[in-house]
Design a protein around this ligand. Structure first.
Ligand code: NI
Length: 250
């Protein structure tokens, strides 16, 4: 079972990180990618990957944090990519829901990080909130490969992404009552192009909504996708693990 997008470096795990990691392994966890949001968390992701065999790192700057980004940050990310446990550039993208960094700043550094990923031949982990058309256009133009994490677009958008080789990843949000679009995409996407993730400590799946999320809860997303597709959870867990390993070169 592969939680392909977690933030276990988050301070919400400071008091019981070891226990959360043990619980994931006891409940069938085999691999985990820790996604980063800025330079500091990129270093934390690498440190976790050095400490635990089954943890891998994605390094990069989240759209929220792009207003603090400089050319030096980009150079540091390029250096971190050389680490043998680093498997992706991310999470990067556009967030036009919160707009914590102004939109032109987000666009500028998203573009720069996409160009870097292309140059390094690294997969990208995309964060897209209320910026579907622009994110799609940007990855197409950059000619990169990767995954749209916590996918929230339409089936039409998913088809465009599948055409250019992208993977689509689902969080616990697919278990929510209003998840009509995600459910449609989870039903129709080819089995070899979907992944599961928690995005913990955020987005706890039903029936755990409202609590802190953790990697072992990724099983609820697998169960929901299994139910949607009429397959067994074991099958979904096995397939999504293979897909994650393929994309991230593990
Ligand atoms: Ni995330």
């Amino acid at each position: 079972m592969f939680d392909t997008h977690a933030h276990i470096d988050d301070e919400k795990f400071d008091l019981d990180r070891e226990a959360v990691i043990s619980s994931y392994l006891e409940n069938g966890g085999t691999f985990l990618v820790n996604a980063s949001s800025d330079l500091k968390s990129s270093y934390s992701s690498i440190a976790l990957a050095e400490k635990y065999d089954f943890i891998y790192a994605a390094v990069g700057v989240h759209p929220h944090e792009t207003d603090k980004m400089t050319d030096e940050t980009l150079e540091e990310i390029a250096k971190l990519w050389q680490h043998k446990k680093c498997v992706a550039i991310g999470e990067i993208g556009l967030d036009f829901y919160y707009d914590f960094s102004d939109r032109d700043t987000q666009r500028f550094w998203f573009q720069k990080q996409l160009e870097l990923a292309k140059e390094l031949d690294a997969p990208v982990v995309i964060h897209d909130r209320d910026a579907h058309a622009e994110c799609l256009e940007a990855v197409k133009k950059a000619g990169v490969r990767g995954v749209f994490h916590c996918f929230a677009g339409s089936w039409e958008m998913a088809e465009e992404l599948l055409k250019i080789g992208f993977y689509i990843s689902f969080t616990g949000a697919v278990t929510f009552k209003n998840a009509r679009k995600a459910v449609e995409v989870a039903a129709k996407a080819p089995i070899d192009r979907i992944m599961i993730e928690t995005d913990c400590p955020y987005l706890s799946p039903e029936p755990l909504r409202g609590r802190r999320n953790e990697p072992s809860n990724v099983v609820w997303t697998a169960r929901k996708i299994a139910e949607i597709r009429g397959e067994s959870p074991e099958f979904i867990i096995r397939q999504t693990e293979e897909n994650g390993k393929r994309l991230f070169g593990i």
